[in-house]
Design a protein around this ligand. Structure first.
Ligand SMILES: Nc1ncnc2c1ncn2[C@@H]1O[C@H](COP(=O)(O)OP(=O)(O)OP(=O)(O)O)[C@@H](O)[C@H]1O
Length: 273
């Protein structure tokens, strides 16, 4: 990969047109590119997330996961490429596509002067449902996510893990077909993480599709059935978890795929013995 990407380079690369997106896939990405200044953050990613799969997206810091997911969910305009959700073009028909997607974005700002309960009801109303349905679904989600006691607390006063959970409730309240969750377990305590895994597992068993980005390989290996490894804005491996790990531990395979460990002892001033 090169950091000297230009729009012209995108156009010439896009000339090698990848096949059309797969309408059967929950999420189908073709030839996605995004450059920030001189930095090509996403460098020609194509990916199919099968319907009903629990899909992990992993990669080192700065690999392009968040940028890819932002473009896949209609939050960030790609320089080139196509994205469909259950056959609906995210960028040609964003309203229809977004109705199918629940997004937990990395670092997204919430209306944190609302209570947790008000925030989830508001998210439900924004998606077009009537108030009684929004209120009843909110009660179910607060119970599932163990947030009942904090229902009347302002979100600004929530801990990081509670904030993550209330954002997840907002992503789920409109019963999307596809959940796209950027680092859903970050800052979440182990009991809540186990609850969230159960909820997501149930969502998949009910026919939904979940995509999670995570740095925790052990979690991805246990939880996901498919995985894609992204490095330097490109997919370096994808498939079922067993295919990608190829008999090894996913963490070891990940380190091998993204360029291995750099063994360093640190500067002298950090050595004490
Ligand atoms: N808005 C932006 N402006 C400039 N550069 C950006 C912007 N967003 C992302 N980048 C750069 O694009 C690259 C990919 O970033 P991205 O956040 O997609 O990576 P990531 O895989 O999600 O990383 P992490 O695991 O650390 O969250 C990085 O080099 C980052 O600095």
């Amino acid at each position: 990969m090169t950091d000297e990407a230009t729009p012209a380079a995108h156009e010439s690369l896009a000339a090698f047109a990848p096949p059309a997106p797969d309408p059967e896939a929950a999420l189908s990405i073709r030839g996605l590119y995004k450059t920030f200044g001189q930095k090509r953050a996403v460098d020609g990613i194509s990916l199919d997330v099968p319907t009903g799969s629990f899909y992990g997206l992993v990669g080192p810091n700065g690999a392009g996961k968040t940028t890819t997911l932002s473009m896949a969910t209609g939050l960030l305009k790609p320089d080139a490429g196509a994205v469909t959700v259950h056959g609906i073009d995210v960028w040609a028909d964003p309203l229809t596509a977004k109705a199918q997607i629940g997004v937990l974005a990395d670092g997204a700002r919430l209306f944190d002067r609302l209570t947790g309960e008000q925030l989830v009801v508001y998210a439900g109303l924004l998606s077009g449902m009537d108030r009684p349905t929004a209120v009843s679904r909110t009660a179910d989600l607060l119970r599932l996510l163990d947030l009942q006691e904090a229902a009347g607390t302002l979100v600004v006063d929530y801990s990081a893990g509670m904030t993550k959970k209330i954002a997840l409730a907002c992503a789920m309240v409109h019963a999307p077909k596809l959940l796209v969750l950027d680092e859903p377990f970050e800052s979440v305590d182990p009991v809540s993480a186990a609850n969230i895994r159960d909820i997501l597992g149930g969502f998949v068993r009910g026919g939904g599709t979940v995509i999670v980005s995570s740095h925790v390989m052990d979690l991805v290996q246990r939880m996901c059935d498919h995985v894609a490894v992204i490095s330097n804005g490109q997919v370096v491996a994808s498939g079922t978890v067993d295919e990608v790990r190829a008999g090894a531990d996913l963490e070891d395979r990940f380190v091998e795929l993204v360029g291995g460990r750099r063994v360093q002892e640190g500067p002298e001033w950090l050595q004490h013995s």
